[in-house]
Design a binder for this molecule. Structure first.
Ligand code: ARG
Length: 465
């Protein structure tokens, strides 16, 4: 008979047992469930609601169950419905009477909210850690290729030359923001619902703050109805995970493009590529594609939870049981994707010659030629038109701006003199963009220092969680 079976005359219909059970999912929360129960029992004893002997038997019994689960010696039975009842039933089987007293002043509603918040804290911490691993790989690759230049793109058309390190660091900043979004999700989860009981609090003299403190929460949820029905902290985690997945997907997309024959900017190591079962020559960026593809399931988890929550009246509803699978899946997907991406970036070969060669097409110096005229007094809009005509001439002749003669330039404007040739040199164009956050080597070096510094700060944030 189920732990709640007292008022029933018959068992549940065949099929609903499995349908209603969350054990296959929430068994992954056994550590949190045991920690929550030990904190609850200790608090009950401190408040004189439970004897010290009962508390000790409960805590020892729970420790033994945890050891058995971790040794793979615990048999989960779907008839127990969820992790809370699986552990409580086993505890009672092992220690008898004392086990039956554990649930005093507690409901599965505040119990599951507590377990889920503890798990959300653990998972967001692990996700934060994984973002750092990828950022270290990105900044190391940036530093290792400090002088490499490639075409910068807008609309996927050649625009202006940029340093490869600048390009890679753009991604490092995305994952930096993800770290902080995940930290916000961590903070949202870091409030204890324990003691809210089923929905209204309890008549036992519980010390909610004691239990909260011993579980490492920063505060207690101030409203018992909100405590058992709020899953905003999971939405925060899902959103932070979704943005991280989007950033991973953009980087993956660039790796797929860059490793194509058309680009050839990057060669992935064998360890992060796969072959084709029919075409012997193939080397495919499968793992970048898979990371891009996994974005769908992460977004799906966010939308699933939003939809699950939208019609729920206060307070606990069984619909909430659908909250944990997505949390676990998103965290697992993001942690693994970040790890694989870090390995891929860290072992990739960036083909500097191919990138530089690509800068020869697309008239990348055009903006600088217009700036040249504007700096000599021509209004920029006019200069833009003059250079536009020069580009048209190049297109007709099938050449680049660097192939035009000084007479061609002078015919377009008498503001041109011989030093225009220097303005067409790709490294000089890059070196001239000295704005803070710009692509000049010194500016990018400064930027890399900022990324390194933020990594140290964030390692300290993690160590404090
Ligand atoms: N397995 C349930 C869940 O994950 C635990 C809480 C069930 N509470 C209840 N009153 N049925 O949400």
């Amino acid at each position: 008979m189920a732990l709640w079976g007292g008022r029933f005359e018959a068992g549940v219909a065949e099929g609903t047992q499995e349908f209603g059970a969350s054990l296959p999912v929430d068994r992954h929360l056994y550590r949190e469930d045991i920690a929550g129960s030990k904190a609850h029992a200790s608090m009950l004893a401190a408040q004189g609601i439970l004897s010290e002997e009962d508390r000790d038997e409960i805590c020892d019994g729970l420790d033994a169950i945890q050891a058995d689960i971790e040794a793979g010696e615990f048999t989960f039975d779907i008839r127990d419905e969820d992790i809370h009842m699986a552990i409580e039933s086993e505890l009672t089987r092992r220690i008898g009477e004392a086990g039956k007293r554990l649930h005093t002043g507690r409901s599965r509603n505040d119990q599951v909210a507590t377990d889920t918040r503890l798990a959300a804290k653990r998972l967001s911490r692990e996700m934060m850690e994984a973002t750092l691993e990828l950022r270290r790989a990105l900044v190391s690759a940036a530093e290792a290729h400090a002088t490499a230049i490639l075409p910068g793109y807008t609309h996927l058309q050649h625009a202006q030359p940029v340093l490869l390190s600048h390009h890679l660091l753009a991604y490092a900043w995305m994952f930096h923001r993800d770290f902080h979004r995940l930290h916000e999700a961590y903070r949202a989860a870091d409030v204890s619902p324990l003691g809210a009981a089923a929905l209204a609090g309890t008549s036992y003299p519980l010390d909610r703050r004691m239990a909260s403190l011993s579980l490492g929460f920063s505060d207690v949820v101030p409203n018992s109805l909100d405590a058992v029905s709020d899953r905003d902290f999971l939405l925060d985690l899902q959103y932070a995970g979704s943005v991280t997945a989007m950033h991973l997907s953009r980087l993956a997309e660039e790796i797929v493009l860059w490793s194509s024959s058309e680009f050839g900017f990057v060669t992935l190591s064998d360890a992060f590529s796969t072959g084709s079962s029919i075409m012997p020559q193939k080397k495919n960026p499968d793992f970048a594609e898979l990371i891009r593809g996994k974005t769908g399931r992460v977004y799906g988890n966010l939308v699933q939870l939003l939809v699950t929550m939208k019609g729920l009246p206060l307070a606990y509803n069984k619909d909430l049981q659908e909250d944990k699978e997505g949390m676990l899946d998103t965290a697992d997907t993001i942690i693994k994707s970040l790890g694989v991406m870090a390995g891929m970036v860290g072992t990739a070969t960036f083909n500097e010659d191919v990138m530089l060669k690509a800068c020869e097409t697309g008239h990348l110096a055009a903006t600088d030629v217009a700036d040249y005229l504007a700096k000599r007094g021509m209004p920029f809009r006019e200069a833009h038109a003059v250079v536009g005509h020069l580009v048209l001439t190049c297109e007709k002749r099938g050449c680049g701006l660097a192939d035009l003669t000084i007479d061609d330039f002078k015919a377009a404007s008498d503001l041109f003199s011989d030093d225009i040739v220097g303005a067409l040199d790709i490294p000089s164009i890059v070196a001239a963009r000295v704005t803070e956050g710009g692509t000049a080597p010194h500016a990018v070096e400064q930027q890399a220092k900022l990324v390194r510094h933020s990594l140290i700060t964030e390692e300290a944030v993690l160590a404090g969680l």
